[in-house]
Design a binder for this molecule. Sequence first.
Ligand code: ADP
Ligand code: MG
Length: 217
Amino acid sequence: MPAALSIALSKGRIFDETLPLLARVGIRPLEDPEQSRKLVIGTSRDDVRLIIVRASDTPTYVQHGAADIGIAGKDVLYEHGGAGLYQPVDLGIATCRMMVAVRRGFDYAGAVQRGARLRIATKYVRTAREHFARKGVHVDLIHLYGSMELAPIVGLADAIVDLVSSGHTLKANALVAVEEVMPVSARLIVNQAALKTRPAQLQPIIGAFAKATQDHQ
Ligand code: ADP
Ligand code: MG
């Protein structure tokens, strides 16, 4: 019998929205990662276990084969670069948009038109760099790890690049979204080497996720 199959995913939004898909695939976690402090969680299938990682670390675990499969947002995958990974299924969950946002009243279009150099605070440095390069806008990137919304308020940056879903956080901080960078949803990712060496173990579960996603939509 092959080693147990590991699925890497993060607590919170990704875990919550993956649960119904897992159920349709026939996988039920034996513990709730929000309650338990365990980082390795067994499931109703003794050949499948979940490993709980930080959202931005999911591609790294799968790339190195520490997990066979993972579930990660396109935001995180874009920053990682995708080396060593297959991305066979867009799961259509954890959807939001990567946006440029500024302080209410800041003339973003005017600044871009004038060719002004913009200070951009973000967790998504690669995504932001490529976005502004495509537009031909000169930027200084400021790498933050969270609470990006604060940066324009206290004068650290002219704009932020961040994920937006409801827009409530922007609104609460007097910011407005001015441009979409890309739509974001979570993808199933698979270690390329594992898929080549253990297709019989991995193909059925990839197929089951694809079917569960279609049935859901
Ligand atoms: P963390 O704050 O540790 O990065 P989150 O649970 O906030 O973890 O985000 C995990 C993933 O969920 C992100 O990588 C993204 O794909 C998705 N996500 C993040 N923020 C939002 C949002 N506002 N709406 C929908 N999905 C989001
Ligand atoms: Mg978050």
